[in-house]
Design a protein around this ligand. Structure first.
Ligand code: RIB
Length: 305
């Protein structure tokens, strides 16, 4: 049986231009067309978790506009429960403008819109309502720091596994990572750049182990084309090698990793096996243009391992 996951994070619409290369400062690049996809790190991870078999509720916000309505319809179609997504007057749904180059690398600019209006108290109330029936909470940081903080505090206080994807690393985020006495902090899933922003310079493994010692919880560093590094407070547990794949678009690979990790942890799978499934799913997700287009089902993940 699938576990129960609450995801807290952003909902966007993505406008994607595939071009030969990414633009430099002040430069214009032209691709043949623009495509629209559902996006936002929270919504993407919620879809990844749902496709991986979890029962998923999303907490976040959209604007009271057609874009927001379409975003919610798409999430429902993927089986994500969206009763925790507020529909806010007077602000637009979040938008991401994305360029993807021929190697699948991307450049993303986000207009936060309604995601900037995700309120701490509303998030806490929605989470407290859900928590008796939740096996794992996943939060990402395209929403205000106060909302992220209340998720980490609330979930860790009752001992529900909490995955914090620090993308992007908000000012003040590092202050949330030290748990109160007797509690474990969140399981962090930074990429290499985010790890550096949280810890300062140094070798990846050493910095990740130091970070895990601070939180008292595991850290999984996503390494893009190099796989992932799983670390516990006592030291490096394992380097998960990259899975063979064909890269069209890396947008949403991290969201896929996080959503599948949360889904597997919620289902009672151990950390290392959950990370292995997440690593396999992220590799599958990059085979199509669009953050969610390549996100795999549970069967596909299992079949690829
Ligand atoms: O992680 C990919 C996501 O980042 C995109 O879908 C975009 O909306 C931005 O939030």
């Amino acid at each position: 049986m699938g576990g129960r996951v609450v995801v807290v994070g952003a909902v966007n619409v993505d406008f994607v231009v595939a071009a030969d290369r990414l633009p430099g400062p002040g430069e214009t690049v032209v691709g043949p067309r623009v495509e629209r996809f559902g996006g936002g790190k929270g919504a993407n991870a919620a879809v990844a978790a749902a496709r991986a078999g979890a029962d998923v509720r999303l907490i976040g916000a959209v604007g009271d506009d057609d874009t927001g309505r379409v975003a919610l319809d798409e999430l429902r179609a993927d089986g994500v429960r969206v009763d925790g997504v507020a529909v806010l007057d007077g602000v637009p749904t979040g938008v991401a403008v994305i360029v993807v180059d021929a190697a699948g690398e991307n450049q993303i600019a986000v207009g936060a819109g309604a995601n900037g209006g995700v309120e701490r108290d509303r998030v806490r109330d929605a989470l407290v309502d859900a928590l008796p029936d939740v096996d794992c909470v996943l939060v990402s940081t395209e929403i205000p720091l106060a909302a992220v903080a209340v998720v980490v505090e609330t979930a860790t206080a009752v001992g529900v596994p909490c995955v914090l994807n620090p993308a992007p690393v908000l000012p003040g985020l590092a202050g949330l990572l030290v748990p109160r006495p007797g509690l474990r902090g969140p399981l962090l899933t930074p990429n290499v750049g985010e790890l550096a922003a949280l810890t300062g310079p140094g070798p990846t493994g050493v910095r990740a182990v130091g970070l895990a010692a601070r939180t008292g919880a595991a850290v999984i560093v996503t390494l893009g084309g190099e796989g992932a590094l799983v670390v516990e407070p006592g030291g490096v547990v394992e380097h998960l090698p990259p899975r063979p794949t064909t890269v069209c678009d890396t947008t949403g690979a991290g969201d896929t990793f996080n959503g599948v990790l949360a889904a597997r942890l919620a289902a009672g799978v151990g950390l290392l096996d959950a990370a292995r499934a997440a690593n396999a799913a992220a590799a599958l997700s990059v085979r199509h243009i669009g953050a969610r287009a390549g996100m795999p089902t549970a069967d596909l993940i299992t079949g690829s391992m």
